[in-house]
Design a protein. Structure first.
Length: 157
């Protein structure tokens, strides 16, 4: 079972989350430097400010404003919300799409692969846990759409 952040980030692949759980201060320092390089922080923050145990213990403000919404609606993540996908999470998806391309040239191949799993798969992760998208009707319609090929109109009217 994966642990998802409110926005759909996969905590099980997040270097920050894993370094925190492993109490790895050295790794948190490395993350602080990397996040400064890619522009996620203005400064190289001290390791203790990067510790993360997941959204439920986060004291800051969510950059996408979805954490606050999840708390207000008592949802584990956006995928569990009856309003999914809403404008807030769609904005997060747009930012993520832009970052996915932008960071290909900045990150090492290894770091990029980790970022794809941890941060760039939000929509896929949330779609998997959304009960409406995973209902038997939705899954049947999805399977049918993949099997049925559009017909070509051979008759002119």
């Amino acid at each position: 079972m994966i642990k998802l952040a409110c926005c759909g980030d996969d905590c099980s692949f997040c270097p920050r989350y894993n370094a925190t759980l492993n109490q790895d201060e050295h790794k948190l320092r490395e993350i602080a430097i990397l996040w400064k390089i890619i522009g996620w922080r203005e400064n190289i923050d001290p390791p203790e400010t990067l510790r993360c145990y997941g959204c439920d213990t986060f004291n800051g403000t969510c950059e996408y404003n979805v954490r606050e919404c999840c708390i207000e609606k008592n949802n584990e993540n956006c995928g569990k919300c009856e309003s999914y996908p809403c404008d807030r999470i769609e904005n997060a998806f747009e930012i993520t799409r832009n970052n996915t391309e932008k960071y290909k040239d900045i990150l090492s191949k290894e770091d990029y692969e980790i970022f794809v799993k941890a941060f760039f798969s939000k929509k896929d992760n949330l779609d998997k846990v959304n009960p409406v998208r995973n209902s038997s009707e939705a899954l049947a319609a999805q399977a049918l759409s993949k099997r049925v090929k559009p017909r070509r109109n051979y008759y002119k009217t």
